[in-house]
Design a protein around this ligand. Structure first.
Ligand SMILES: [Zn+2]
Length: 426
């Protein structure tokens, strides 16, 4: 067996221990005690090895622009959109590319190797970002898969030329059709925008991923239209609703009708817990709504759900590190998913579940799949969420792209060990 890279003794997410043999960009064997001599062998024994993290919801055109031209003082979605409107005319393609590439470096260092990014297509200024992110998609292709969503952020009908530029972006090679029905001027315009955008996707054979009902208004019910159009146009399994925060505030009877409709239409969901817990509920006094959509309930109905990051250091969010374990950690808390099964599921919701939503068929730690993976200083997926630990090794498409030495903290305490790692039952 010809092997270029052999990883020895890693702990797979299901707890089994195996060696992983890689030739070219493919996993050629995954089993205990692979004897073959490799180009390079790396001992990862005792450490969790997982398929890479995936972020199904991001904004690459705005990332790392925090403070440009000013900071969001109210912390609301609407001020964020207004602030982005001030920044857009100042964008240059070079600056967008530079910031996005810097972000992709962070992502790779955290084992985050596939990202679905929305890009604004509302007006001519936004198109600078579209051109920049399209260029970045080509540059990072050898090590990071970037899917791009045409996103008429100021409203497909509300912004006078958003329709024209959204279609132009798709003609330029943007992969997916987006939308923002709750930001249109009327409920009826929101409903119509869902219909027309889904028709555009169906005609072009594209997937759909909409910012949908990102509001605390329980009457924002565009997800219903999105599920209906998915079935009408035969788009089952190819449509995602992002955020869906209004569902948090909806009437329970209505939700009991809505969730089966979503399941039947095979519409997936991407909540963005870091952003939703920060931005929603800003108009409330107390009690203050969390604004996260109904994650455990959707999972019970068999709906595919994955955690998204949404923002890092941009007009909407002042923090972020490209660590999908931060996202899973926050989601687990806000959705109260604290049973062992639920915690484990939160890890799947930044790895395998996300791959389903993104249609990544070559993803996973299996023979014959693409050799992309991450090794973490943790013993299992739950511990990975608890510690959000160092990424010791990142392999993308067969090549080592990031590496870090394990470093326990040295202690100087009388009668205590000389070092501590915070791992549990190691
Ligand atoms: Zn978003």
């Amino acid at each position: 067996m010809n092997i270029d890279l052999l990883l020895k003794g890693g702990v797979l997410p299901d707890g089994t221990i195996a060696d992983i043999a890689i030739a070219g960009d493919t996993i050629v064997a995954i089993e205990p005690g692979i004897p073959a001599a490799a180009g390079e062998a790396i001992d990862i024994s005792g450490n969790l090895v997982s398929p890479p993290f995936i972020d199904p919801h991001f904004h690459m055109d705005a990332t790392l622009s925090y403070g440009l031209p000013r900071i969001n003082s109210s912390g609301t979605l609407l001020e964020g959109i207004a602030l982005w409107g001030e920044l857009k005319p100042l964008l240059t393609e070079e600056a967008v590319i530079e910031r996005a590439l810097a972000y992709c470096d962070w992502a790779v260092s955290m084992g985050l190797l596939a990202i679905r990014s929305h890009v604004d297509t509302s007006d001519e200024h936004a198109m600078t970002g579209v051109r920049g992110v399209l260029a970045v998609r080509d540059i990072v292709r050898p090590y990071l898969d970037l899917q791009i969503v045409a996103f008429p952020q100021d409203g497909f009908y509300r912004a006078p030329r958003a329709r024209e530029f959204t279609i132009q972006a798709l003609d330029m090679g943007v992969d997916i059709v987006g939308g923002i029905p709750h930001f249109e001027r009327t409920m009826e315009d929101g409903r119509r925008s869902v219909t027309e955008l889904c028709e555009i996707a169906a005609e072009r054979g594209l997937r759909v991923d909409m910012h949908c009902d990102e509001t605390d208004d329980p009457m924002s019910r565009h997800i219903e239209q999105l599920a209906y159009e998915t079935q009408r146009l035969g788009l089952q399994g190819r449509v995602n609703g992002s955020h869906l925060t209004s569902m948090h505030s909806m009437d329970n009877y209505y939700v009991s009708k809505l969730l089966p409709l979503m399941a039947e239409a095979e519409v997936s969901a991407v909540p963005n817990p870091l952003i939703n817990i920060t931005i929603q509920g800003r108009h409330d006094t107390y009690p203050k709504r969390r604004g996260l959509t109904r994650v455990p309930e959707m999972l019970e109905h068999g709906i595919t759900v994955a955690w998204g990051q949404d923002c890092v250091l941009d007009p909407w969010y002042p923090l972020g590190t490209a660590d999908m374990l931060d996202v899973a950690f926050m989601g687990l808390h806000v959705a109260q998913m604290t049973s062992p099964d639920d915690m484990r599921r939160c890890f799947d919701m930044v790895t395998t579940e996300t791959a389903k939503i993104m249609g990544m068929e070559d993803y996973g730690l299996e023979k014959g799949k693409r050799a992309s993976l991450v090794v973490l200083d943790a013993g299992d997926p739950i511990e990975a969420i608890r510690l959000r630990p160092d990424r010791l090794l990142v392999v993308s498409k067969g090549k080592v792209v990031a590496r870090r030495d394990k470093q326990d903290t040295a202690l100087a305490l009388p009668g205590r060990p000389s070092a501590v790692s915070r791992r549990f039952r190691r």
